[in-house]
Design a protein around this ligand. Structure first.
Ligand SMILES: *Cc1c(COP(=O)(O)O)cnc(C)c1O
Length: 379
């Protein structure tokens, strides 16, 4: 298994940088990329870089042959430092600042996502003749972090928008969707690809053949639970692509979490242990605002595989702990009823496995506490 979460605590004790840190094994990133490419044969990867844009990770994925998906011009500039050709970048965010569309087009980005007439107008004005792909709203109910109503349009409107794109002088190029992050059912992709197929079929009657099908993100990484596997997903995707009215020249996907989550371990020192009523509290030097934001975003809570600096962590008797960050803010409580060794105390270090996605990318210096130091091994 590629996760360093359980193999690593012993090695982690040898790291002589003081916690908090986020250590990333770049070989695991390369391994996850290879697993994705192996399971979804013929599907080009465009890494969704918002998930973790560390230069080391970008470099590793460039070396592996990955393309990239961006939301802003600053992200494009970060890629250009690594020699990425803007023509190989997907600018998928459906609502972009007009100036960023113009700058991206000037730099050589050709492909822009959209889901509304307003965005099409902006793209036509700022990137004339660009290729555009429409984002469908699909069932995201089986994901841990649903994509929600913020983006996406239904089939009927998507059809009208693609015809509008052509009238505006744009190239109606493709279709995309997002099943929600950490999606837990293969059925979500199955039905989303079928919806894309219906759109392809209808557009063909208008003389439009799509060049790109973009499967979006949402591919689940392994935390405590980790289903479905990428191999299962690969089989479902292959079956559904065979059922499409035709196969677009480019089938692509925008995995974020899947490629990087399992590569990292976050280490945070315990700065307080208290009993409040019946509740055992652990206060860490890392909280929601320093990297552990995702537990706040998912009401279902906490899925990081845990370890600690205590020898024989896994054999020790446990208590359910409430886990809080270091800041003075009431919202900075990131875990409830987390089973951890009963003897944990101030100065011990907690290790969070599968912490490579959506952690440091969110981290700030809130309340004067520094985010975890990024460390890299392998690569
Ligand atoms: C965030 C995002 C992704 C990546 O999602 P993951 O769940 O991390 O795989 C892919 N595509 C778009 C457009 C996104 O905004």
């Amino acid at each position: 298994m590629s996760t360093v979460a359980f193999a690593a605590p012993i090695a982690l004790r040898l790291i002589d940088v003081p916690a908090p840190y986020l250590v990333t094994d770049l070989d695991v990133v390369a391994d996850r990329y290879a697993a994705f490419a192996g399971a979804l044969t013929g599907v080009r990867v465009h890494y969704a870089m918002k998930c973790n844009s560390s230069p080391e990770i970008l470099r590793t994925l460039v070396a592996a042959g990955s393309g990239f998906e961006i939301s802003s011009i600053a992200e494009l500039r970060m890629l250009q430092v690594h020699g990425v050709d803007p023509a190989d970048v997907l600018y998928s965010h459906p609502i972009k600042p007009p100036g960023m569309i113009a700058s991206a087009a000037k730099a050589g980005v050709r492909r822009f996502g959209f889901d509304s007439p307003g965005e099409l107008t902006k793209i036509a004005e700022n990137a004339p003749e660009a290729s555009v792909y429409v984002r469908l709203r699909v069932d995201d109910s089986t994901s841990v972090f649903p994509a929600g109503n913020k983006f996406g349009t239904d089939l009927e409107e998507a059809y009208d928008l693609m015809l509008l794109a052509r009238r505006l002088g744009l190239q109606p190029y493709g279709v995309t969707f997002h099943v929600g992050s950490q999606c837990q059912s293969t059925g979500a992709w199955r039905s989303a690809i079928r919806q894309a197929g219906v759109l392809m079929d209808r557009l063909r009657d208008e003389g439009i053949e799509l060049e790109m099908l973009d499967l979006g993100g949402g591919f689940p990484a392994h935390y405590v639970a980790g289903d479905p596997s990428i191999e299962q997903l690969g089989r479902v995707v292959a079956e559904e692509i065979n059922l499409l009215p035709y196969r677009p020249g480019l089938v692509t996907a925008e995995p974020g979490r899947f490629l990087v989550a399992e590569a990292s371990v976050l280490a945070a020192t315990i700065i307080g242990r208290e009993l409040r009523g019946e509740e055992h509290w652990l206060y860490l030097e890392v909280g929601a605002y320093h990297g552990l934001m995702e537990p706040l975003q998912s009401p279902g809570g906490w899925d990081y595989p845990m370890s600690s600096s205590l020898p024989d962590h896994d054999e020790l008797p446990t208590l359910p702990f409430t886990i809080a960050g270091p800041s003075g803010h009431a919202t900075d409580v990131v875990g409830y009823a987390i089973p951890l060794p009963a003897g944990l105390t101030v100065g011990d270090v907690l290790y969070f496995g599968s912490a490579g996605a959506y952690t440091l990318a969110y981290a700030s210096n809130f309340n004067g506490f520094a985010p975890p130091t990024p460390l890299f091994i392998g690569g």
